[in-house]
Design a protein around this ligand. Structure first.
Ligand code: NAD
Length: 334
């Protein structure tokens, strides 16, 4: 299996799960991780290479590299992306390059080399803000940030490669993930690391933006289920977690530290900030039997504990957040 973006947050969780034999039938699967190791990727997310794991540092936009690498791989699970909304506001070019051109390059090389399965990991953000009700897989794509637009564009190219070239593809569109190993620019690890450092946390606007949270382990199980049993060409929303406003999330995190609301700095809202994402995830439940397994009441304190216990993982990352966004962006959900 070729796993792109496998040294980032979600991709590395998927790889560690595979290597730990947690997906039945895949206990012997051999894994190649292809990752550019941008600011968001770190080898400290992966076990050392061994008989079942090979790591290749490279870019999904590199056609020649992919044509050399892909033969012999049965499946591609595609996590690699520029993934942070605030960075896409500060500078969107890498988002279009990696998320659109990179996905296209991968698809093209998969067709040319006869890869038999391609799972594209997308996001609920492609549907845009949903004031009421929920987005089904057939809802229109109305992305509002350059990040979401680049993911939506990639989704459409995946669809076209299935329809035009007959490539076996599936797309997952998941709600916000949380869990260990998430880069400390995203809201939960940003707030947790700020609180651990004795700093205040930055809350956007009125804090009433609504997000649904799913543990990364549940998302990865869903990706695996879709890889094994998904319908060719189908899209699967992945959700069923906990819906919270950013204010409520902040209150829960402050509670984990016994801290009060005086630790919150209210900061100017993000431009184009979607008020609410909400997914209808009936399809993956009824077709594939997916149910989330980790309740937020358990997953959140466990995640906070992980950051408390693993300073040596996140402290070195604080300094490497170079690029268009400020080093420690005031950056809630995305
Ligand atoms: P992440 O930023 O932690 O990891 C992305 C990885 O991709 C990094 O290791 C990075 O080095 C690598 N990468 C970036 N550009 C690359 C390139 N050109 N070539 C090769 N590798 C490259 O992101 P994440 O949160 O783990 O997200 C993984 C995927 O899941 C993304 O596609 C994202 O859109 C999607 N997703 C994320 C969430 C979430 O809440 N984090 C929710 C739904 C969907």
């Amino acid at each position: 299996m070729l796993i792109t973006g496998g040294a980032g947050f979600i991709g590395s969780h998927y790889v560690r799960s595979l290597l730990a034999g947690r997906y039945r039938g895949y206990e012997d699967a051999r894994v190649t991780v292809l990752d550019k190791l941008t600011y968001a990727g770190t080898l400290t997310n992966l076990p050392p290479s061994g008989p079942r794991l090979a790591f290749v540092r490279g870019d999904i936009c590199d056609h020649g590299l992919l044509m050399d690498l892909l033969p012999g791989h049965d499946a591609v699970v595609h996590f690699a992306a520029e993934s942070h909304v605030d960075r896409s506001i500060a500078g969107s070019a890498p988002f279009v390059t990696t998320n659109v051109t990179g996905t296209h390059t991968l698809l093209d090389c998969c067709v040319r080399t006869g890869v038999s399965r391609f799972v594209h990991v997308s996001t609920d953000e492609v549907y845009g803000s949903v004031e009421q009700g929920s987005s089904s897989e057939d809802s229109p794509l109305e992305p509002n940030s350059p990040y979401a637009a680049s993911k939506a564009a990639a989704d459409l190219i995946v669809r076209a490669f299935h329809r035009t070239h007959g490539l076996w593809t599936t797309i997952t569109r998941c709600a916000n993930n949380y869990g260990p190993h998430q880069f400390p620019e995203k809201v939960i690890p940003l707030f947790v690391t700020h609180l651990l450092e004795g700093r205040n946390v930055p809350l956007y606007g009125d804090g009433m933006h609504m997000r649904e949270w799913l543990h990364v382990d549940d998302h990865c199980r869903a990706v695996q289920l879709v890889l094994e049993s998904g319908r060719a060409g189908a899209v699967y929303n992945v959700a069923g977690g906990t819906e919270l406003t950013n204010r409520d999330l902040t209150r829960l995190l402050l509670g984990e530290f016994g801290a009060g609301w005086d630790r919150v700095d209210h900061v100017t809202d993000r431009p184009g900030h979607d008020r609410r994402y909400a997914l209808n995830a009936e399809r993956i439940r009824t077709e594939l039997g997916f149910e989330p397994g980790i309740p937020f009441e358990r997953g959140l304190p466990e995640t906070v504990r992980w950051y408390r216990d693993n300073r040596d993982w996140w402290e070195p990352l604080l300094g490497r957040a170079a690029g268009p966004a400020p080093a420690r962006p005031a950056a809630p959900a995305g």
